[in-house]
Design a protein around this ligand. Structure first.
Ligand SMILES: *Cc1c(COP(=O)(O)O)cnc(C)c1O
Length: 376
């Protein structure tokens, strides 16, 4: 039996009719840009999330960047974030002209450690950018309190956290803004790249929408500049919007999102049942938190041996975000080395992600459990 990490072709086959209809609807409409799909999806996604506003972008990285730009963050500013994330998290900060400042993470959830965050605050700090790693929310009650005390913005990287909660509130609903990714293997996976910003502040959301769309109001684009209104640029914008085809495809998938998250949690429960008591650390789900399992990441000694045995058994595995960013060649000039963020570094030596997509069969999940046990 083979258990690949992802099987996008099978997932397509399972809902082909709806996806084909979405593509054909856009193509036949002739409205390839500035059509009805993006605003409709923004509304539907905001409603699903319980957020006041949603702004479509063309990636999670763009969502982070535009959120920071919308808050006025730029050169001279510092933004505190975690070193064990997607490079988009840090690149987004640097693309605004601000400086990313890393703080170490907590040993169980591998999310920002509030104590380390507070120690990293300087007079230049403008924002906290917590990452809800793998689908387990960061300690938002503590981080929000720190932000309040120091008068900082909070931008959540919720790219891995759709469906996660802490203290009864969804991850992505705590900060001034949150970024979501629709990369193909995320909770709500698109067909290419896409993203979304969530914010409850309508003025901020409108500013972000303009920044992502050439710096002018959307209505001007719908007029095509030819409806007598002309162009009206209020911001120096970029072009990092969600597109009509992607929005139509995501609209077709949104009704299945709750079931997909439930499927991930069910597989995680089976993994826990099957692997508890073995010589590995299972992913935590703290009291008061709801994990949405974008990744199922165990920590294990002798990882290479386990990886090799899993591969022999046909089970895919991966090392998400390892080594951490401060040890990547691109950031060598920043002067960090081994020992800079010991908790993130120690976990990077041991972590191993197992397949957890919702469309795994029961037999595949059992095969993963058996293969991990045999590999230890
Ligand atoms: C996927 C991801 C991003 C980047 O999203 P893209 O859509 O790939 O640009 C940023 N941060 C985290 C934590 C992610 O998982």
């Amino acid at each position: 039996m083979r258990v690949p990490m992802y099987d996008h072709a099978a997932a397509y086959a399972a809902m082909r009719t709806d996806l084909d209809e979405a593509v054909h609807r856009v193509l036949a409409s002739g409205r390839l840009d500035w059509g009805p799909e993006v605003p409709a999806f923004e509304g539907e996604f905001a409603a699903w999330y319980g957020a006041g506003n949603a702004v479509g972008t063309n990636s999670g990285t763009a969502a982070l960047k535009i959120a920071l730009l919308g808050l006025g963050i730029g050169p001279g500013d510092e933004v505190i974030t975690a070193p064990n994330s997607d490079i988009g998290t840090v690149a987004a900060i640097h693309h605004t002209g601000a400086r990313a400042v890393w703080a170490d993470v907590e040993p169980d959830t591998l999310n920002l450690d509030p104590v380390q965050v507070e120690a990293a605050i300087t007079p230049r700090t403008r924002a906290l950018l917590p990452v809800h790693l793998y689908g387990h929310a960061a300690d938002m009650p503590a981080l929000s309190a720190i932000a309040e005390r120091h008068d900082l913005f909070v931008v959540e990287d919720a790219c891995l956290a759709v469906g996660a909660e802490v203290a009864g509130r969804p991850a992505g609903r705590w900060g001034d803004a949150a970024a979501i990714s629709f990369a193909p293997s995320k909770h709500l996976g698109g067909y290419g790249t896409g993203g979304m910003i969530l914010s409850d502040d309508p003025e901020l959301a409108e500013r972000m929408r303009r920044i992502g769309a050439y710096g002018q109001p959307r209505e001007r684009h719908y007029g095509g500049g030819s409806a007598g209104a002309g162009m009206h640029h209020t911001h120096e914008g970029i072009n990092e919007r969600l597109d009509e085809l992607q929005a139509a495809l995501l609209r077709a998938k949104l009704p299945g999102l709750d079931a997909a998250i439930a499927g991930r949690r069910a597989h995680a429960a089976t993994y826990r049942e099957g692997l508890e008591g073995y010589d590995l650390a299972l992913p935590p789900e703290r009291d008061g938190y709801r994990h949405s399992y974008r990744n199922y990441v165990i920590q294990v000694e002798g990882r290479e041996r386990v990886e090799a045995r899993l591969a022999e058994a046909g089970v895919a595995s991966s090392r998400p975000y390892a080594p951490p960013l401060h040890l990547q060649p691109v950031y060598r000039h920043l002067g960090f080395g081994p020992g800079s963020f010991p908790v993130a570094e120690a976990s990077a030596e041991r972590l191993l992600a197992l397949p957890i997509r919702p469309d795994l069969s029961a037999a595949q999940v059992d095969h993963v459990v058996g293969s991990v046990r045999r590999a230890l």
